[in-house]
Structures are given as structure tokens and as C-alpha cells.
Design a protein around this ligand. Sequence first.
Ligand SMILES: NC(=O)c1ccc[n+]([C@@H]2O[C@H](COP(=O)([O-])OP(=O)(O)OC[C@H]3O[C@@H](n4cnc5c(N)ncnc54)[C@H](O)[C@@H]3O)[C@@H](O)[C@H]2O)c1
Ligand SMILES: [Zn+2]
Ligand SMILES: [Zn+2]
Length: 351
Amino acid sequence: METMKGLVWRGNGEIQLTDLPRPRLREPEDAVVRVTLSTICTSDLHILRGAVPRAIPNTVLGHEFVGVVEEAGPLSGVRPGQRVAANCITFCGDCWFCRRGFVNNCEKGGWELGCRIDGGQAEYVRVPYAHTGLTSIPPQVTDEQALFLGDILSSGYFGAQLCEIHPGDTVAVIGAGPVGLCAMMCARLFGAAQVIALDINPKRLRMAWQQKLADATIHPSSSDPEQAVKALTNGRGADGVIEAAGGEDTFQTAWKIARPNGVVALVAMYEENQTLPLPQMYGKNLIFKTGGVDAAYCQTLMDLMARGRLDPSFLITHKAPLNEILEGYRIFGEGLEDCVKWAVTPYERSR
Ligand SMILES: NC(=O)c1ccc[n+]([C@@H]2O[C@H](COP(=O)([O-])OP(=O)(O)OC[C@H]3O[C@@H](n4cnc5c(N)ncnc54)[C@H](O)[C@@H]3O)[C@@H](O)[C@H]2O)c1
Ligand SMILES: [Zn+2]
Ligand SMILES: [Zn+2]
């Protein structure tokens, strides 16, 4: 039996880089992908902390990766040798939800890879429903650019979509982490005239500013976010708010900085219940949306990348082979060395 290296979550907080059988095709829609670049997501940290009820222990983690098709089932829609980017959501494309674009709730899928079935922090990965789960990478797009397509870039796009942005709107994004930065990028695509970034980490605010993703930045402990956003919006508040931080205070900030009748899109994954103070909010007439990403726009996002309209590769601050992934979890997980994204290159056997 051929083996490979993979990072397995054992349950509780325990992860282990170990030898595993190399995955094979099981269904006609499957493809097996040789991973050329993967990464660690904040959602992996939520799994480690036991905050993802759907996660199944003894699964290889990783739901953000790119690679080359190694084996392709007859109905996979891909061919061996093709460069592909993975979608973090597994979906059939044909059920009631998929037909409406609500792929996160596919009757046969959802967030599966690196959560309920073996994912991409490995040398090889089996991708079910490869016809919807893999997007071909054109030659002018690098692995580094395509890496985030199916998860955090899709989530940023999803957040911007949820906000129903009209040209000229002001969109406030809470959390200038990878997801928040992608949301800012996508808010621009939908025509936001002003993007406001809020974060307690000044370095991340600087990144948002330097990458020209934000027009204004707010540090919530140095100025009252509600007043600061009002000051930038003729006293109204933001037309759309994307909450990509996931804390209790940020949940409250989200509805406070929205203007009346605005949209609040919660894309962060909360580890705790949150309370809406409805009496206080009465009359503000907000629209609240929550979401696990409906990642149904990967081809659109890939086309935008191919034409130079989107490039999230600047998020990669660290890169090391799979051999060092435990160190990656430590550095990324604890927010050390100003790590934004830790990219994982293939396992090196010669070490
Ligand atoms: N909806 C989805 O399908 C989906 C997909 C991917 C990730 N996520 C979730 O999105 C969230 C963000 O992911 P990420 O990788 O960007 O995480 P991250 O932890 O890197 O980013 C969160 C940011 O919020 C900032 N922050 C923390 N407290 C704050 C506060 N009080 N005020 C302002 N900013 C504050 C942090 O400094 C950080 O920059 C996570 O919860 C992740 O699990 C959701
Ligand atoms: Zn993720
Ligand atoms: Zn489906």
C-alpha cells in the first residue's frame, strides 16, 4: 500500500503529522489531487478548540489547497495533470439547495474536507464531486494567488454579497484578518465607495491601508467605533457591515456601526452564543445575515484573478514544507511573528 504524510486531528487539541494510506478514487465524481500548496485556516483552530460540532476526530485537516490532479474519475470533470484549486465546500450541484446556490447546505455535502473527511494538509487528497469542488487554474495564475480561492476569498466575496452593496456604499469590515481583508477586496468589486477597516491589531490595519483595501481604519480601543463610523458617514453609520472577527464585543460593534436599515453580515465563526439586545435595537430595522460560506463563485473569482483584478497572495507571510506544519499551527495559532497566513509546501523526504 502506498503511503503519504498527513496532519491528523485526533480529537481534543491534539494534532499529529503521520503516515497514512494514499487516498484512491471511490466514486465516479471523485478526483485525487497531489497537493502543491495548502494553508492553515482560523477555522482549523476552531476545530482544535472543539468549537466545530460537525468535525469528526481522526480526520486530516485542511480545506484550503491547490494541486495537480493525479487521478480523475469518469464523472469528475477534471483530467490528470490539470492544476486545480479546491473549494472548501463539497457540493453535488444538483440538490434543492445547490440549484439555488446555497451550496453550504448541499443535501450530500457541506463543509466536509478537513472537517468530516480527509483534507488537504497532506500530500494527496480525495476530492468528492470534483466537478464542483475543483476549479482549473489558468497558467497566468500562480499557486500562491489561487490558494485562497475556495475558502477565505470565497468567504470575503460571500460577506460582500450578503451586504447587498450598491455602488457608492460605505462598507465597514470588523477584523482585518485574512477573511476580513478578502471581504474588503470584494466590497470594492461590488462598488463600495468607502471601506472602513476595524481591528485591534495596528499591524493588520496598516496592511489593509497599505494594500489600498481600506480608505479609513479604526482601532476600537483608541476611538469609539460607533462615533468614528458615524463621523465618516454623515452621521448615518455604514450601509453594510461585515463581521469577520468573531468576538462578543465585535458582534455588538457590528450592529452599532450599521446605519438604520443597513445589512449586518456575520461571516466569523463564533465559539460562544451571542445576544442581540433587541429592546435597544428596536427601530433600527437592521437586516442580519449569518453564514457558512456558499462558495459557489469560484470560477468568477478565478476569472477576476486571471485578469489581475484580484490578488490575495500578499496574505502569505510564512511558507514552509509539510514537515514543519506543527510549528505552523503554533505560529499561526498564537498570532506570532505577525503571521497572517502560513502556506504549506510539499513534504520533503530528503531532510
Ligand atoms: N463563514 C465562513 O464560511 C468562514 C470561512 C473562513 C473563515 N471563517 C471565520 O472567519 C473568522 C475570521 O477568520 P480569519 O482567518 O480572518 O481570522 P483572524 O483571527 O486572523 O482574524 C480576526 C481579526 O479580528 C481581529 N479582532 C479580534 N478582536 C477584535 C476586536 N475586538 N475588534 C476588532 N478586531 C478584532 C483580530 O485582531 C484579527 O485580525 C474566523 O472566525 C473564521 O473561522 C468563516
Ligand atoms: Zn477556512
Ligand atoms: Zn447539493
